[in-house]
Design a protein around this ligand. Structure first.
Ligand code: ZN
Ligand code: MN
Length: 485
């Protein structure tokens, strides 16, 4: 039997506002000691009243506009009721009937093919407190509550079930996160929990109009985890359906260490939450003027920046795509350009996407961290030294690594380490002499007509000079010596 995979993603993103959603407490709680960013409102004390954070509304409108949504003129908050130890009031102030943004879409590209994915809604709610579970052998385990996170503005973006493979889901998340980062409304950091994803996944037999039971997967805190969990579910559901077993609507959790999902509970329905309009907040009217004001301020988004990189810098689409998929990388590229007028854009792109990205991957560090160690100015200086033939390509690459590791500038590294390219004929000739004496067989091979042994001998000259010899000169001098004598 053939099945189609149907995936819809729900993303929760913490907004980068200074204060929390409904009180004046600082929302910057990451490094704060537990329970220090709290007040009666976010602690959920009785008798207090929430007030709406205008910046959070503005960020949500920005995001909804960037996702091509319609903006509601009249919107309101609703109470979502459920009991859980991390939910201080016993309800979450959220939006149900009238979300701020609705009916939008974003573009993804999979295997070179562009696809439009629908956005159902973008709404605003509040984050919950954090439970810390403690257990030590021989003692009763217990849980601690840290209320700092309670009330931090949380934007929920619900996508249409338009995705048909784990790879499409991954591309959707990458694109969505990149848009939030471009807008500056969220860090989009999944590992830190400021960008969280739940996935709805089901399969549909090819000959049926209806899909089988929908499964919600939670507890995925990296792009890799989302991809792994969805791949696992696709296989599990197809196998079950193929064997004629019944699939049930349920919530499953991804267990990273085991590489599988496990059943957590049967899925709840909207009516289980007993939503009703939040009586402590007035309905919110969003004027058309305000929306237009925000639209006019919208920063450049990934796709338009990519197109501009192609047009303005004459870069191949492939390079422009990679450079602009992260805002930080695109910013670094443009800072590099500004700081080093005269270095061709394609050279900068090659260095950033090649050696620099290699160093970042090997050290598990992002562009922001990289730029703290290697500023665009210093990186530019390295390229100037290289193009002026002071250092050859392999030396330039190892110098970049040293700049990253030590934070030194390229001129200092050159001075200290005698890294300069050797273009002094005498010095190279002495290396050529050494190599010829040490490799009689290769020399004989060359003289017998095996021209490829010249490549080997040039390599030996490079080795003797620790990679610093000018390769063309080494080649020339070697050949002269071999053919002359
Ligand atoms: Zn508070
Ligand atoms: Mn939610």
């Amino acid at each position: 039997m053939n099945f189609e995979t149907i995936i819809g993603l729900e993303v929760h993103a913490q907004l980068l506002t200074k204060s929390k959603m409904f009180c004046r407490c600082s929302a910057d709680y990451a490094d704060a000691p537990p329970n220090t960013h709290v007040c009666p409102v976010c602690l959920g004390m009785p008798g207090v009243l929430p007030t709406i954070n205008q910046q959070a509304i503005e960020y949500t409108i920005m995001t909804a506009l960037a996702l091509n949504c319609a903006i509601a003129e009249y919107t309101r908050f609703d109470r979502k009721n459920y009991p859980y130890p991390d939910l201080m009031k016993g309800y979450q102030i959220s939006q149900y009937a009238a979300p701020i943004g609705h009916h939008g879409w974003l573009n993804i590209e999979v295997n070179g093919q562009k696809r439009k994915v629908g956005i159902t809604r973008v709404h605003l709610e509040e984050d919950v407190a954090k439970l810390v579970h403690r257990s030590s052998p021989g003692e009763e385990s217990y849980s601690l509550v840290d209320v700092n996170r309670s009330g931090v503005p949380l934007m929920e973006i619900v996508g249409e079930p338009d995705l048909h493979s784990p790879e499409e889901a991954r591309q959707y998340l990458i694109k969505l996160r990149s848009i939030l980062q471009y807008l500056g409304v969220s860090t989009g950091n999944m590992e830190e929990g400021s960008f969280r994803c739940d996935a709805n996944i089901s399969i549909r037999p090819e000959d049926s109009p209806d899909s089988m039971a929908k499964v919600e997967v939670k507890n995925m805190n990296s792009f890799k985890a989302v991809y792994g969990a969805l791949e696992y579910e696709v296989k599990r559901q197809r196998r079950a359906a193929g064997e004629g077993r019944r699939l049930v609507q349920e919530t499953r959790g991804w267990v990273e260490e085991k590489g599988k999902t496990v059943s957590q509970r049967s899925k709840e329905y909207a009516h289980d939450y007993r939503y009703f309009p939040e009586p402590d907040l007035p309905p919110l009217v969003i004027s058309q003027d305000w929306v237009e004001e925000i639209r006019a301020k919208l920063s450049e988004l990934p796709e338009s920046r990519r197109d501009r990189f192609v047009a303005e810098y004459n870069l191949p689409l492939y390079d422009a795509n990679l450079l602009t998929s992260s805002k930080a990388m695109a910013d670094y590229f443009e800072d590099f350009r500004r700081a080093n007028v005269g270095i061709p854009a394609k050279d900068i792109s090659n260095w950033l996407l090649g050696p620099a990205s290699g160093i970042m991957n090997a050290n598990n560090c992002d562009v922001t961290e990289f730029s703290k160690r290697v500023s665009p100015e210093r990186f530019g200086r390295l390229l100037v030294l290289h193009s002026g033939a002071a250092v050859n390509i392999s030396t330039a690459k190892s110098m970049l690594e040293e700049m990253f590791n030590t934070g030194k500038d390229p001129d200092t590294i050159l001075k200290e380490g005698e890294r300069g390219q050797i273009s002094d004929t005498q010095e190279i000739e002495s290396a050529v002499g050494q190599v010829i004496t040490a490799n009689p067989k290769a020399v004989a091979d060359y003289k017998a007509g095996k021209t490829q042994s010249l490549t080997f001998l040039v390599g030996q000259v490079m080795r003797v000079t620790t990679g610093r010899a000018n390769p063309q000169l080494a080649n020339e001098l070697l050949r002269k010596r071999l053919e002359g004598g």
